[in-house]
Design a protein around this ligand. Structure first.
Ligand SMILES: C[S@@+](CC[C@H](N)C(=O)[O-])C[C@H]1O[C@@H](n2cnc3c(N)ncnc32)[C@H](O)[C@@H]1O
Length: 219
């Protein structure tokens, strides 16, 4: 997959690309490119945003700046999905992650301050995604959330089998994962469920399925 992120803060992504799962598949299953709107802005002195028409606080990312950035990267209108990261987008779920992980190429647009000129979302994007019903200061964290979640679903990102029985997976019928325990078997009188120490794989499986079901019942 080729994943392009447009941002005002490309350096913010450095730590993520040094960690697994991204570090393990960069240049192999995943090609990540970071674009700074400032590098291609048609305005002077690296300007990318402007005051909102109608007045009000904050600065708005300009449509001509984003159009120039996309044109410099792709030449013509991209045929792949271009996603605006905005609290007003459709909610990010594991199902959306699976959908996006199946694409060959994706573009993520982030903004800061007051957000996007609406024409960016309506005319230049084919999708808009929110990572949750709260407002962050910029689209860099949402882009990284999406990047990490997608990268986990790409071949070679995780050890064999470790991404299969996770919360929200089809293997767990979209429910939550069962609890995990590790050594010591007892700590301050807090014990590990006996079944997990039994060595009986069928009982362990049944217990895990039941735990997953019980946790997934909406309260
Ligand atoms: C301060 S926010 C703008 C919020 C906007 N004025 C509103 O009220 O809907 C600045 C930028 O951060 C990003 N952002 C903030 N919260 C987000 C969320 N929950 N999901 C996705 N992106 C978000 C978006 O790129 C957004 O344009």
């Amino acid at each position: 997959m080729r994943l392009d992120v447009f941002t005002q803060l490309p350096h913010a992504f450095a730590w993520l690309t040094e960690q697994r799962p991204l570090a393990g598949i960069l240049g192999d299953g995943l090609e990540l490119r970071l674009f700074n709107y400032r590098d291609t802005t048609p305005l002077r002195a690296g300007q990318v945003d402007d005051e909102p028409y109608g007045g009000g606080a904050g600065m708005v990312l300009r449509v001509d700046v984003v159009a120039a950035a996309l044109e410099a990267a792709y030449g013509e209108a991209p045929s792949h999905r271009v996603i605006a990261l905005t609290p007003q987008g459709r909610p990010l779920t594991q199902a959306v992650v699976e959908e996006l992980a199946g694409e060959r190429q994706l573009t993520l647009l982030s903004s800061r301050f007051e957000g996007f000129d609406e024409r960016i979302v309506r005319q230049l994007c084919s999708d808009a995604i929110s990572i949750g019903p709260y407002v962050l200061s910029g689209g860099e964290l949402p882009a990284m959330v999406l990047l990490d979640a997608i990268a986990r679903r790409l071949p070679g990102a995780l050890a064999e089998g470790s991404g299969e029985h996770e919360s929200f997976s089809t293997e767990l019928a979209g429910g939550l994962e069962y609890p995990h325990y590790t050594r010591p078997a007892e700590f301050r009188g807090w014990t590990v469920p006996e079944v997990l120490l039994s060595g009986d794989h069928a009982r362990v499986e049944a217990w895990r399925r039941e735990q997953s079901r019980a946790r997934s019942v909406p309260s």
